[in-house]
Design a protein around this ligand. Structure first.
Ligand SMILES: Cc1cc2nc3c(=O)[nH]c(=O)nc-3n(C[C@H](O)[C@H](O)[C@H](O)COP(=O)(O)O)c2cc1C
Length: 257
């Protein structure tokens, strides 16, 4: 098999996995009954007292839009809610985390090793009316932030479907799904979906970019050997598929890392 064909096949397979990864949850939740579905999220933003001049560029995982700070999980939860029409609930702690990333990491580490349960300030009155709970959380020290443990212990999730979605910086889901299964042994805890924190803005458009990349690969392959002009051959049968491969590889890297 030609090297170029082999690399195209590998890219196509990886793309298929990534497309499934990015659209599996949206497709699923689009089919849910929005009245019986709740999207729960926890983000560092919303649980931290940031000063007005905090630098969203150098501070890990912060985004600023029109002067307002957003967390990765918050953005993802809003996107999923727009798609499904489901209610959104934000988990918030009574004692906010420090502005410094390092200090937050240290506090999270202590909370985990001491197995603490931070007090939550937000509560859901009508949990009984939801059948599907989509939980969007960042991976902290290889699992959910400890406030999410407080959340799971507060309610009775028996018989509900739980869909874990984690944003991360390299740990993917870590141990989070196993921890949710332990906390909710009477629930149907579905396979988790990991999404790189930096990719949440692109989650909606990535499948389209990847499909466009595939189409370009296919066009290049179909047009192969159909041109006598060397320029047309280079442009149409070499450059287009190479561009298609690059688009796919960039998307794969962006989703995973
Ligand atoms: C306290 C803390 C611990 C973290 N631990 C991990 C980790 O173990 N693995 C990982 O991949 N990312 C880790 N991260 C990165 C976050 O999971 C990632 O930036 C996430 O997208 C942040 O989402 P948010 O902006 O909604 O809080 C950690 C971040 C913080 C603040």
């Amino acid at each position: 098999m030609k090297k170029k064909n082999l690399s195209a096949i590998i890219v196509c397979l990886l793309s298929a996995v990534c497309i499934l990864l990015t659209i599996a949850l949206p497709i699923r939740i689009a089919g849910f009954d929005s009245k019986k579905t709740l999207i729960v999220y926890f983000s560092r933003v919303g649980n931290t007292d940031f000063s007005d001049d905090v630098d969203a560029v150098s501070s890990a995982s912060l985004r600023r839009k029109d002067g307002v700070l957003y967390g990765n999980c918050e953005i993802l939860a809003e996107k999923l809610s727009n798609l499904s029409g489901a209610d959104v609930f934000s988990v918030t702690v009574s004692e906010n985390y420090p502005e410094s990333y390092e200090e937050t990491v240290n506090r999270a580490s202590h909370e985990q090793s001491d197995n603490t349960r931070p007090k939550l300030t937000s509560h859901i009155d009508n949990m009984d009316s939801y059948d599907n709970i989509i939980v969007v959380y960042p991976v902290w020290w290889n699992t959910m932030p400890i406030p999410m443990f407080s959340f799971f212990e507060e309610y009775d999730f028996s018989g509900k479907n739980i869909y874990p979605v984690a944003t991360h910086k390299g740990s993917f889901l870590g141990d989070s799904v196993n921890d949710i299964k332990e906390l909710c042994s009477e629930s149907e805890v579905r396979k988790g979906i990991p999404i790189s924190g930096g990719s949440v803005d692109f989650v909606g458009i990535m499948p389209f970019v990847m499909v466009a990349g595939w189409v370009m690969l296919a066009i290049g392959t179909l047009l192969n050997n159909r041109f006598k002009s060397k320029t047309a051959k280079v442009l149409l049968t070499d450059m287009i598929p190479i561009l298609g491969i690059i688009m796919n590889v960039l998307c794969i890297v962006r989703i995973l890392i």
